[in-house]
Write a protein that binds this ligand. Structure first.
Ligand SMILES: *Cc1c(COP(=O)(O)O)cnc(C)c1O
Length: 463
């Protein structure tokens, strides 16, 4: 047999080694790529190594560079080396991380990785956890536990009786909430009408006095959904003031901390998340700021009974090992990937100090990029957070807001086309802005300089 694994390794290695010179954005669109992959279902097979070579070579011009150092689009991180290596082993081992008897090693490593993550994020040791596909499914897991708990408090068993005829649950949120929270409410049968927006300040942070007034006016089962780090300006809700208000009214407090929860890992940033440990549940991602490969989120829930009641499952052919972790009790899934293993590897490689250094470093690079853009002719700073997110705009003297919206988009597209860096845009408070999001462990000072050089050159041509 030809060595298909050597071919796969060679192709992967070639991609990784070329990231310094590769364009950071894809050069072909999805429809253009599809025609290259298109064809009738193969009737007969072909050698595995040929399949891998075809895949790698055809995919190349369509690959996004988020594994590289100058990719600032969305919140797409890279993968620290041990986590990528561990991910390769996870695929080779092909373990089913559903139950301890089905994969003892997946169960054992997940148990430790969960403990380590709680310690890293300074969340209660006694909390239960689940490794999910991402933050979206972490919301589902945590909000299912919340749904159980707030309905159990008024004598309703949602797992047995469902939601039909159940008292409605109100979900207090702010306009900064991520769409994944809304979608979790849809999946959970609570519906988007359950959402009840609370007044915010100019950065979208929930106003404590507004929450208090709303909670006094409403006396039913409630969930408060807060944000640790919004996508545009990295705003954090005021946990120290908001959580006690919700608790006094019997509400469950859930935090969306997809990346912002990692402020907890840093002495310099921890003031942003003060009081966050008093919440009932937290959703976060491994595949963003922790820099492990995609397919990794985490729900942490400070009510193991509600968590287990919402997720557990019994079947005749399941046998439990005493004192072992059975992921199926904590997860939405049955058969699943051993996705805690790359987390374990990343934490071993970096240690808590290495994670803290990465959080501080990427935040500093984000600030340097934003300030550097602000110092260029035509560059304007809109927001610079204390973490790794911020907003800029490109403006021409005397131009209207609408013209500068278009100019911002034009400059960004030209920078992306240069391949030197990749950014994405957003509409913030009615204005088109370019987002600066530094999530990769790879980004260094030289990359900041090089990215600013590319922007400067585009501005020199377009201004
Ligand atoms: C990315 C993100 C999510 C969704 O996470 P996935 O891992 O993509 O499922 C939720 N909330 C925030 C704030 C995010 O940035």
């Amino acid at each position: 047999m030809s060595d298909v694994y050597a071919e796969a390794y060679r192709q992967a290695r070639d991609w990784l080694d070329g990231l310094d010179t590769a364009p950071m954005g894809a050069r072909l669109s999805a429809p253009e790529l599809q025609s290259a992959f298109e064809g009738p279902l193969p009737r007969t097979g072909q050698p595995a190594d040929k399949v891998i070579r075809f895949l790698a070579e055809t995919a190349r011009p369509g690959l996004m560079g988020n594994a590289g150092a100058r990719f600032y689009g969305w919140v797409n991180g890279g993968a620290v080396p041990s986590s990528l290596g561990a991910d390769w082993l996870v695929s080779a081992w092909d373990q089913n991380a559903a139950l301890s008897t089905v994969s003892p090693v997946a169960s054992a490593i997940e148990a430790v990785a969960g403990k380590w993550m709680k310690a890293l994020l300074r969340l209660p040791e006694e909390a239960s956890f689940a490794f999910t596909t991402g933050c979206q499914m972490a919301h589902m897991t945590a909000l299912a536990a919340a749904r159980h708990a707030v309905l159990a408090d008024i004598g309703w068993d949602v797992e047995t009786d469902g939601l039909m005829g159940a008292p409605p649950i109100r979900v207090f949120t702010s306009r900064n909430r991520h769409g994944s929270v809304e979608r979790a409410l849809r999946y959970l049968g609570l519906g988007t009408n359950a959402l009840h927006p609370v007044a915010t300040d100019e950065m979208g942070r929930m106003r404590p006095e507004a929450l208090e007034a709303e909670m006094i006016a409403y006396q039913g089962p409630a969930i408060l959904a807060l944000n640790a780090g919004d996508l545009n300006v990295g705003a954090f809700d005021n946990f120290a003031d908001l959580i006690p208000i919700a608790k006094a009214h019997g509400a469950w407090v859930h935090v969306d901390g997809a990346f912002g929860l990692f402020a907890q890992t840093s002495k310099a940033k921890r003031h942003l998340t003060a009081g966050i440990e008093k919440a009932d549940s937290w959703a976060t991602d491994g595949h963003k700021w922790l820099n492990v490969p995609f397919d990794c989120g985490m729900a942490i829930i400070n009510n193991p009974d509600a968590h287990k009641a919402a997720m557990t499952l019994n079947a005749d052919y399941i046998t439990a090992t005493p004192n072992a972790r059975d992921p199926i009790d904590w997860n939405l899934e049955w058969s699943r990937r051993a996705r805690a293993i790359p987390v374990y590897a990343a934490l071993m490689e970096m240690g808590a100090e290495g994670v803290e250094a990465m959080i501080d470093r990427t935040s500093a690079h984000c600030r340097a990029l934003i300030e550097g853009i602000g110092a260029l002719p035509g560059g304007e700073i809109i927001a610079c957070s204390e973490i790794n997110q911020g907003l800029v705009r490109f403006v021409r003297a005397g131009a209207s807001e609408a013209e500068n919206d278009a100019f911002t988009e034009t400059v960004m597209q030209a920078v992306n086309a240069s391949g030197e860096a990749f950014f994405t845009s957003t509409l913030w408070q009615g204005r088109r802005c370019m987002r600066v999001s530094v999530v990769s462990w790879r980004t260094g000072t030289d990359d900041v300089t090089r990215s600013l050089g590319a922007i400067k050159q585009v501005l020199a041509e377009k201004l």
